[in-house]
Ligand binder design. Structure first.
Ligand SMILES: Nc1nc2c(c(=O)[nH]1)N[C@@H](CN(C=O)c1ccc(C(=O)N[C@@H](CCC(=O)O)C(=O)O)cc1)CN2
Ligand SMILES: NCC(=O)N[C@@H]1O[C@H](COP(=O)([O-])[O-])[C@@H](O)[C@H]1O
Length: 300
């Protein structure tokens, strides 16, 4: 229901103007509804300066909620560089969210021509979700599981991202399989970062510290992050970018993980910048490459 309300502008009587208008919404719900949008006071903010506030009442068969909508001018989504519009990003996390934070900060400081408009978390209480709430970003839990009963369905996830006009989905430490519904709804628009040089050390069961332990145990002398497009299987999508990190003879998995993570943060910001500036080109053999901003004749 909340996903639908988010899409329909919270209520049929919503005064919320067109999608180009940004707004804050504060929910106060008498009931302890089972969803992440309707519990007590929650600011769901999409940025921008408030111009006016409006109260809207949302009723359904079980209860009535009031939402205070702060309608504001939309001075962000009209930003553009050379006619290229600012992009709307959804980031997916399961853990601490350091990649999410570095991307969000790069959007705020102008490095990335885009805005994170929603965070999707597989765990309501993970560090990435806490950071998003602290920054007044909307948080959606996906998927719905026994441990996360407030999670939404794949259909509601697609509808909500569409309703938020998301252009690209960035997986950043997200540990669940992305469903085919989302992949079909966002063809070649979903990226993932993996902490090894794919195709090595990828696939089901290869995530987090497990990857770095396997790299060290293998005797590999090099590792590093890979960013790839997401298809219906784990880590088999088209590789877009990599960085090489030395594996030192006496590295612990934690030391290697920290070295790789530093490169992940830089690489994901660099790739997201190229994505939002529409500098990703598809080679005839289907391999995606990135056009240099400084020298358009150069690709990587
Ligand atoms: N359709 C896709 N979904 C996801 C992809 C992808 O490439 N295609 N990438 C992963 C991220 N990832 C590696 O980069 C990855 C994440 C998790 C797993 C894994 O084995 N998960 C376990 C469950 C872990 C848990 O719930 O704590 C499992 O499925 O058994 C492998 C690779 C994100 N989604
Ligand atoms: N296979 C997926 C996987 O292992 N992803 C890895 O999870 C970590 C998330 O860190 P973060 O939450 O601090 O960004 C990152 O190292 C990322 O590469």
């Amino acid at each position: 229901m909340e996903a639908q309300r988010l899409l329909s502008g919270f209520c049929s009587t919503s005064p919320i103007p067109n999608a180009k208008t940004q707004f804050f919404v504060k929910y106060s719900s008498p009931s302890s509804s089972t969803t992440s949008f309707a519990q007590s006071h929650k600011w769901v903010s999409f940025k921008a300066r408030p111009l006016s506030t409006k109260l809207i009442k949302c009723t359904n068969t079980t209860h009535t909620e009031t939402a205070e909508v702060v309608v504001s001018s939309d001075s962000y989504s009209q930003d553009s560089i050379g006619g290229i519009l600012r992009k709307k990003l959804a980031v997916f996390v399961s853990g601490g969210g350091s990649n999410f934070r570095s991307i969000h900060e790069a959007c705020l400081n102008g490095s990335i021509l885009g805005d994170v408009v929603v965070l999707v978390a597989s765990k309501q209480g993970c560090g990435g979700a806490d950071y998003a709430r602290d920054k007044s970003l909307p948080v959606i839990v996906f998927p719905k599981t026994k441990l996360e009963p407030d999670g939404i369905s794949p259909a509601d996830l697609v509808a909500t991202l569409r309703g938020l006009e998301v252009d690209f989905v960035l997986l950043a430490g997200y540990l669940k399989l992305i469903p085919v519904e989302l992949i079909q709804a966002y063809p070649i628009s979903i990226l993932n970062i993996h902490p090894s040089l794919l195709p090595a050390f990828g696939g089901k069961g290869n995530y987090g510290m497990k990857v770095h332990k396997a790299v060290i145990a293998s005797g590999a002398r090099y590792s590093g992050p890979t960013i790839h497009f997401v298809d219906e299987h784990y880590d088999t999508g088209r590789i877009l970018a990599q960085r090489v990190v030395l594996v030192l003879a006496k590295d612990t998995a934690e030391e290697l993980a920290a070295r790789v993570l530093r490169e992940e943060h830089a690489l994901y910001v660099e790739v997201t910048k190229a994505l939002c500036e529409e500098r990703i080109i598809w080679r005839e053999d289907g391999v995606p490459i990135i056009r240099s901003k400084e020298n358009p004749a150069e690709y990587s």
